[in-house]
Design a protein around this ligand. Structure first.
Ligand SMILES: NC(=O)c1ccc[n+]([C@@H]2O[C@H](COP(=O)([O-])OP(=O)(O)OC[C@H]3O[C@@H](n4cnc5c(N)ncnc54)[C@H](O)[C@@H]3O)[C@@H](O)[C@H]2O)c1
Length: 331
């Protein structure tokens, strides 16, 4: 029976697709040494974000033919090493973009309506908070969207069409796609931060984007403005954000991601009352988790049953090397 390694248990619906067809085992941990041992005789790996498949692991797994990611990102796979060995790296673009976009909208609405403060006040018997007028309307407010890819575009659409917000977008690569939309694109992040009532981040972590939300940009925001991050903690100068939140130089923040995850228990963000936090859970809805496990498992089933998996991230490199893209045509 073909051996399949799971870097971590997957949703039972995904498991069901593998049962009876494959010998499925779970890695004992995400440590490289454990993965080298666990992967040495497997032909497929289903990879969650808990582990990294390094060149060393790939080179110690002579039978490995396919690595199937349960998400869009392949930053935890040495794709070059896999391509050199003719191993398919499959991913799932857009598998969780509805969940993440909804989470960003939820954070925006939570901040606008000050739900954390309202909830606390009611529990503490401070009913008079209803007269404090700390909540705001979203209609007509400016949403600055940084990164108009699959998630950013969906957040823009939901907030524009559904909530009547004005969209100010910054994305040097995708402006053309939106020429029929009533969105304003800016070529300068400074303008976006200066004008937006809410800023939401949706670009990947790359050497160009790391730290892109600088102290200067944060301090250029209106004192009534909020920042929402469901992309990566590394995009923001977190220390500057904490200072701005403490000094009330901005109104608040909604954060699903952090520079260090989980954040250290002494991280000041955990003590501030003008932030709402979630544990990198934007993608982890029932629906997206089920889809992530079933579609990642389906890529493995398809491959070994002789069908080309739907999304092969390194397809170009594999074709250049003359690698067959399904198991049956390969042998
Ligand atoms: N919180 C979560 O659970 C979760 C889940 C999925 C994705 N994410 C994050 O969300 C990010 C966006 O996901 P996506 O599916 O929309 O990706 P995507 O690739 O579809 O879109 C990314 C967009 O960012 C743009 N971009 C790249 N560099 C930029 C820059 N310097 N300035 C502005 N824009 C830039 C790209 O042109 C692209 O349009 C991911 O990279 C990931 O970090 C988080």
């Amino acid at each position: 029976m073909i051996k399949v390694l799971l870097s971590q248990e997957i949703h039972p619906e995904g498991r069901k697709l593998l049962e009876g067809k494959f010998d499925v085992r779970i890695a004992p941990s995400a440590a490289e040494a454990d993965l080298i041992e666990a992967a040495k005789d497997v032909e497929a790996i289903i990879l969650r974000t808990n582990a990294k498949i390094t060149r060393k692991i790939i080179e110690s797994a002579p039978k490995l033919k396919i690595i199937s990611r349960t998400g869009a990102g392949v930053d935890n796979v040495d794709v070059d090493a896999a391509t050199e060995k003719g191993i398919l790296v499959c991913n799932l673009p857009a598998v969780n973009n509805v969940s993440v976009a909804e989470h960003a909208v939820a954070l925006i609405m939570h901040l606008a309506k000050q739900l954390s403060a309202m909830d606390r006040a009611v529990r503490e018997g401070k009913w008079s908070i209803r007269n404090s007028n700390i909540a705001v309307e979203l209609e007509g407010k400016i949403l600055g969207v940084i990164g108009m890819g699959s998630i950013g575009a969906l957040v823009a659409k939901k907030c524009h069409d559904g909530l009547g917000m004005k969209i100010l977008a910054y994305d040097p690569y995708t402006k053309e796609k939106f020429k029929d939309c009533d969105y304003e694109f800016v070529g300068d992040l400074k303008e976006l931060f200066r004008r937006a009532d809410f800023v939401t981040l949706h670009c990947p972590d790359t050497p160009q984007t790391r730290g892109m939300v600088t102290r200067d940009l944060i301090y250029s925001m209106k004192p009534t403005a909020y920042i929402v991050n469901t992309a990566r903690g590394t995009l923001i100068d977190e220390k500057a954000l904490i200072d701005a939140l403490k000094e009330r130089s901005i109104a608040g923040a909604g954060l699903d991601v952090f520079t260090e995850e989980p954040p250290d228990k002494d991280n000041e963000l955990l003590k501030l009352d003008n932030v709402v936090l979630s544990p990198h859970s934007a993608a982890m809805t029932k629906e997206a988790t089920t889809r992530m496990s079933t579609e990642a498992a389906q890529a493995v089933v398809d491959y070994f049953e002789g069908r080309q998996p739907r999304y092969i991230f390194n397809i170009k490199g594999l074709i250049e090397k003359g690698v067959e893209l399904s198991y049956k045509s390969r042998f």
